[in-house]
Design a protein. Structure first.
Lengths: 151, 107
Protein backbone atom coordinates (compact mmCIF):
# COMPACT_ATOMS: atom_id res chain seq x y z
CA UNK A 1 0.00 0.00 0.00
CA UNK A 2 1.31 3.47 -0.83
CA UNK A 3 1.26 6.34 1.68
CA UNK A 4 -1.25 8.12 -0.54
CA UNK A 5 -3.75 5.30 -0.08
CA UNK A 6 -4.62 5.90 3.63
CA UNK A 7 -4.79 9.64 3.04
CA UNK A 8 -7.21 9.12 0.16
CA UNK A 9 -9.24 6.69 2.27
CA UNK A 10 -9.53 9.27 5.05
CA UNK A 11 -10.65 11.88 2.52
CA UNK A 12 -13.26 9.42 1.21
CA UNK A 13 -14.48 8.71 4.75
CA UNK A 14 -15.01 12.45 5.37
CA UNK A 15 -16.63 12.98 1.97
CA UNK A 16 -19.07 10.09 2.35
CA UNK A 17 -19.88 11.08 5.92
CA UNK A 18 -20.68 14.61 4.77
CA UNK A 19 -22.90 13.18 2.00
CA UNK A 20 -24.96 11.38 4.64
CA UNK A 21 -25.23 14.47 6.85
CA UNK A 22 -26.17 16.65 3.84
CA UNK A 23 -28.88 14.17 2.77
CA UNK A 24 -30.30 14.24 6.31
CA UNK A 25 -30.42 18.05 6.36
CA UNK A 26 -31.77 18.25 2.79
CA UNK A 27 -34.67 15.97 3.70
CA UNK A 28 -35.40 17.49 7.11
CA UNK A 29 -35.44 21.04 5.68
CA UNK A 30 -37.19 20.14 2.39
CA UNK A 31 -39.73 22.66 1.08
CA UNK A 32 -42.83 20.39 1.39
CA UNK A 33 -42.13 19.79 5.10
CA UNK A 34 -41.41 23.51 5.65
CA UNK A 35 -44.77 24.34 4.06
CA UNK A 36 -46.64 21.76 6.13
CA UNK A 37 -44.95 23.08 9.29
CA UNK A 38 -46.02 26.63 8.39
CA UNK A 39 -49.61 25.48 7.75
CA UNK A 40 -49.67 23.52 11.01
CA UNK A 41 -48.39 26.51 12.99
CA UNK A 42 -50.94 28.78 11.32
CA UNK A 43 -53.85 26.44 12.11
CA UNK A 44 -52.83 25.86 15.73
CA UNK A 45 -52.07 29.49 16.60
CA UNK A 46 -54.96 30.99 14.63
CA UNK A 47 -57.29 28.76 16.67
CA UNK A 48 -56.33 30.51 19.92
CA UNK A 49 -59.03 33.17 19.47
CA UNK A 50 -61.76 30.75 18.44
CA UNK A 51 -64.59 29.98 20.88
CA UNK A 52 -64.81 26.59 22.52
CA UNK A 53 -65.24 23.82 21.31
CA UNK A 54 -63.93 25.03 17.93
CA UNK A 55 -60.59 25.97 19.47
CA UNK A 56 -59.89 22.39 20.57
CA UNK A 57 -61.13 20.94 17.27
CA UNK A 58 -58.95 23.21 15.15
CA UNK A 59 -55.89 22.75 17.40
CA UNK A 60 -56.35 18.97 17.16
CA UNK A 61 -56.62 19.27 13.37
CA UNK A 62 -53.38 21.31 13.23
CA UNK A 63 -51.55 18.86 15.46
CA UNK A 64 -52.83 15.95 13.34
CA UNK A 65 -51.36 17.65 10.27
CA UNK A 66 -48.05 18.01 12.13
CA UNK A 67 -47.97 14.41 13.36
CA UNK A 68 -48.87 13.16 9.87
CA UNK A 69 -46.08 15.21 8.31
CA UNK A 70 -43.54 13.87 10.82
CA UNK A 71 -44.67 10.26 10.18
CA UNK A 72 -44.47 10.62 6.38
CA UNK A 73 -41.15 12.46 6.66
CA UNK A 74 -39.64 9.73 8.82
CA UNK A 75 -40.93 6.93 6.56
CA UNK A 76 -39.45 8.54 3.44
CA UNK A 77 -36.19 9.79 4.95
CA UNK A 78 -33.13 8.42 3.13
CA UNK A 79 -31.15 8.86 6.34
CA UNK A 80 -32.44 8.38 9.87
CA UNK A 81 -30.41 9.35 12.89
CA UNK A 82 -30.90 10.15 16.54
CA UNK A 83 -30.46 13.92 17.09
CA UNK A 84 -27.44 14.99 19.11
CA UNK A 85 -27.64 17.27 22.16
CA UNK A 86 -26.58 20.25 20.04
CA UNK A 87 -29.36 19.52 17.54
CA UNK A 88 -31.97 19.36 20.31
CA UNK A 89 -30.73 22.69 21.71
CA UNK A 90 -30.86 24.14 18.18
CA UNK A 91 -34.50 23.05 17.76
CA UNK A 92 -35.50 24.39 21.19
CA UNK A 93 -33.96 27.79 20.36
CA UNK A 94 -35.74 27.67 16.98
CA UNK A 95 -39.09 26.99 18.68
CA UNK A 96 -38.62 29.64 21.40
CA UNK A 97 -37.66 32.24 18.76
CA UNK A 98 -40.87 31.49 16.82
CA UNK A 99 -43.00 31.81 19.97
CA UNK A 100 -41.34 35.19 20.64
CA UNK A 101 -42.15 36.26 17.06
CA UNK A 102 -45.77 35.16 17.55
CA UNK A 103 -46.04 37.05 20.86
CA UNK A 104 -44.55 40.22 19.38
CA UNK A 105 -46.82 39.99 16.30
CA UNK A 106 -49.87 39.54 18.52
CA UNK A 107 -48.98 42.53 20.70
CA UNK A 108 -48.41 44.70 17.62
CA UNK A 109 -51.69 43.50 16.06
CA UNK A 110 -53.55 44.53 19.23
CA UNK A 111 -51.65 47.85 19.38
CA UNK A 112 -52.66 48.70 15.81
CA UNK A 113 -56.26 47.68 16.50
CA UNK A 114 -56.42 44.97 13.84
CA UNK A 115 -59.75 43.09 13.83
CA UNK A 116 -58.38 39.53 14.12
CA UNK A 117 -55.00 39.83 15.93
CA UNK A 118 -54.69 36.09 16.57
CA UNK A 119 -55.00 35.22 12.88
CA UNK A 120 -52.64 38.04 11.85
CA UNK A 121 -50.05 36.87 14.41
CA UNK A 122 -50.48 33.24 13.27
CA UNK A 123 -49.88 34.37 9.69
CA UNK A 124 -46.71 36.20 10.74
CA UNK A 125 -45.60 33.08 12.64
CA UNK A 126 -46.18 30.84 9.59
CA UNK A 127 -44.17 33.15 7.34
CA UNK A 128 -41.43 33.43 9.99
CA UNK A 129 -41.18 29.64 10.25
CA UNK A 130 -40.71 29.39 6.46
CA UNK A 131 -38.03 32.08 6.54
CA UNK A 132 -36.38 30.39 9.53
CA UNK A 133 -36.19 27.06 7.68
CA UNK A 134 -34.43 28.66 4.71
CA UNK A 135 -32.17 30.81 6.91
CA UNK A 136 -31.11 28.10 9.36
CA UNK A 137 -30.56 25.23 6.89
CA UNK A 138 -26.90 26.19 6.13
CA UNK A 139 -26.30 26.76 9.85
CA UNK A 140 -27.68 23.32 10.72
CA UNK A 141 -25.59 21.66 8.00
CA UNK A 142 -22.46 23.45 9.26
CA UNK A 143 -23.25 22.38 12.83
CA UNK A 144 -23.49 18.70 11.84
CA UNK A 145 -20.25 18.84 9.86
CA UNK A 146 -18.53 20.63 12.73
CA UNK A 147 -19.72 18.01 15.23
CA UNK A 148 -18.20 15.28 13.06
CA UNK A 149 -14.84 17.07 12.94
CA UNK A 150 -14.68 17.69 16.68
CA UNK A 151 -16.43 14.88 18.31
CA UNK B 1 1.16 -1.96 9.56
CA UNK B 2 -1.05 -0.63 12.36
CA UNK B 3 -2.56 -3.45 14.44
CA UNK B 4 -6.06 -1.98 14.16
CA UNK B 5 -5.92 -1.60 10.39
CA UNK B 6 -8.84 -3.67 9.06
CA UNK B 7 -7.97 -5.30 5.71
CA UNK B 8 -11.56 -6.46 5.23
CA UNK B 9 -12.96 -2.97 5.75
CA UNK B 10 -10.29 -1.23 3.71
CA UNK B 11 -11.67 -2.55 0.40
CA UNK B 12 -12.90 0.74 -1.18
CA UNK B 13 -16.37 -0.59 -2.04
CA UNK B 14 -16.90 -1.63 1.61
CA UNK B 15 -15.21 1.38 3.20
CA UNK B 16 -17.39 3.79 1.22
CA UNK B 17 -20.57 2.00 2.37
CA UNK B 18 -19.48 1.95 6.00
CA UNK B 19 -18.36 5.61 5.85
CA UNK B 20 -21.83 6.53 4.54
CA UNK B 21 -23.55 4.59 7.33
CA UNK B 22 -21.31 5.87 10.14
CA UNK B 23 -22.98 9.25 10.86
CA UNK B 24 -26.50 7.77 10.75
CA UNK B 25 -28.85 5.18 12.14
CA UNK B 26 -30.85 3.50 9.36
CA UNK B 27 -29.93 4.51 5.82
CA UNK B 28 -31.97 3.68 2.73
CA UNK B 29 -30.40 1.22 0.30
CA UNK B 30 -31.16 3.45 -2.71
CA UNK B 31 -29.36 6.42 -1.14
CA UNK B 32 -26.26 4.29 -0.50
CA UNK B 33 -26.34 2.89 -4.08
CA UNK B 34 -26.70 6.34 -5.68
CA UNK B 35 -24.10 8.05 -3.49
CA UNK B 36 -21.49 5.32 -3.88
CA UNK B 37 -22.33 5.12 -7.59
CA UNK B 38 -22.79 1.39 -7.90
CA UNK B 39 -25.43 -1.11 -9.03
CA UNK B 40 -28.06 -2.87 -6.91
CA UNK B 41 -26.34 -6.23 -7.34
CA UNK B 42 -22.83 -4.94 -6.56
CA UNK B 43 -24.07 -3.14 -3.46
CA UNK B 44 -26.07 -6.17 -2.32
CA UNK B 45 -22.92 -8.26 -2.57
CA UNK B 46 -20.92 -5.83 -0.40
CA UNK B 47 -23.74 -5.49 2.12
CA UNK B 48 -24.04 -9.28 2.35
CA UNK B 49 -20.30 -9.52 3.03
CA UNK B 50 -20.55 -6.79 5.69
CA UNK B 51 -23.61 -8.48 7.24
CA UNK B 52 -21.83 -11.86 7.30
CA UNK B 53 -18.96 -10.17 9.15
CA UNK B 54 -21.47 -8.76 11.65
CA UNK B 55 -20.74 -5.16 10.62
CA UNK B 56 -24.19 -4.20 9.31
CA UNK B 57 -27.80 -5.25 9.67
CA UNK B 58 -30.51 -5.03 7.02
CA UNK B 59 -34.21 -4.31 7.45
CA UNK B 60 -36.81 -4.65 4.70
CA UNK B 61 -40.13 -2.84 4.90
CA UNK B 62 -42.83 -1.04 2.96
CA UNK B 63 -43.67 2.65 2.55
CA UNK B 64 -47.14 2.69 1.02
CA UNK B 65 -46.77 0.39 -1.98
CA UNK B 66 -43.01 0.77 -2.32
CA UNK B 67 -40.58 -1.75 -0.86
CA UNK B 68 -37.72 -0.11 0.99
CA UNK B 69 -34.56 -1.65 2.36
CA UNK B 70 -32.60 0.05 5.12
CA UNK B 71 -29.11 -0.70 6.37
CA UNK B 72 -27.30 0.33 9.52
CA UNK B 73 -24.00 -0.33 11.24
CA UNK B 74 -24.04 -2.72 14.15
CA UNK B 75 -22.13 -1.89 17.33
CA UNK B 76 -19.38 -4.23 16.11
CA UNK B 77 -19.28 -2.51 12.72
CA UNK B 78 -19.17 0.96 14.22
CA UNK B 79 -16.35 -0.02 16.54
CA UNK B 80 -14.39 -1.63 13.69
CA UNK B 81 -14.90 1.44 11.51
CA UNK B 82 -13.79 3.84 14.25
CA UNK B 83 -10.68 1.75 14.96
CA UNK B 84 -9.87 1.51 11.26
CA UNK B 85 -10.29 5.29 10.74
CA UNK B 86 -8.05 5.92 13.76
CA UNK B 87 -5.45 3.52 12.31
CA UNK B 88 -5.55 5.40 9.00
CA UNK B 89 -5.07 8.66 10.90
CA UNK B 90 -2.01 7.23 12.66
CA UNK B 91 -0.54 5.91 9.39
CA UNK B 92 -0.95 9.31 7.72
CA UNK B 93 0.48 11.11 10.77
CA UNK B 94 3.47 8.73 10.87
CA UNK B 95 4.09 9.26 7.15
CA UNK B 96 4.00 13.03 7.69
CA UNK B 97 6.44 12.78 10.64
CA UNK B 98 8.86 10.71 8.53
CA UNK B 99 8.65 13.24 5.69
CA UNK B 100 9.18 16.38 7.82
CA UNK B 101 12.78 15.94 9.12
CA UNK B 102 14.03 15.36 5.54
CA UNK B 103 12.67 18.77 4.53
CA UNK B 104 14.23 20.66 7.45
CA UNK B 105 17.46 22.63 6.89
CA UNK B 106 20.33 21.93 9.34
CA UNK B 107 20.73 24.56 12.12
Amino acid sequence: MTEYDPRRSLDDIRRYGDSTRDAYVRHAFATPYALVTAVMLFIVYAAVDLPSPWRMIVVALGLAVGVGAVAVGQARAPVRRRPSGAEIVFCVIWGVALVVVYGAARILAYAFGLPVPGIVAAGVLAVASGVAVVATRPLYRAMLRNESRHG
Amino acid sequence: MDAEFDEFLHVPARLSVVALLAPAGWVEFGFVRDTVGTSDSALSKQISALADAGYVEVRKGRDGGARRTHVRLTRTGRGAFERHAAALDRIVAAARTRAEPAGEAPA
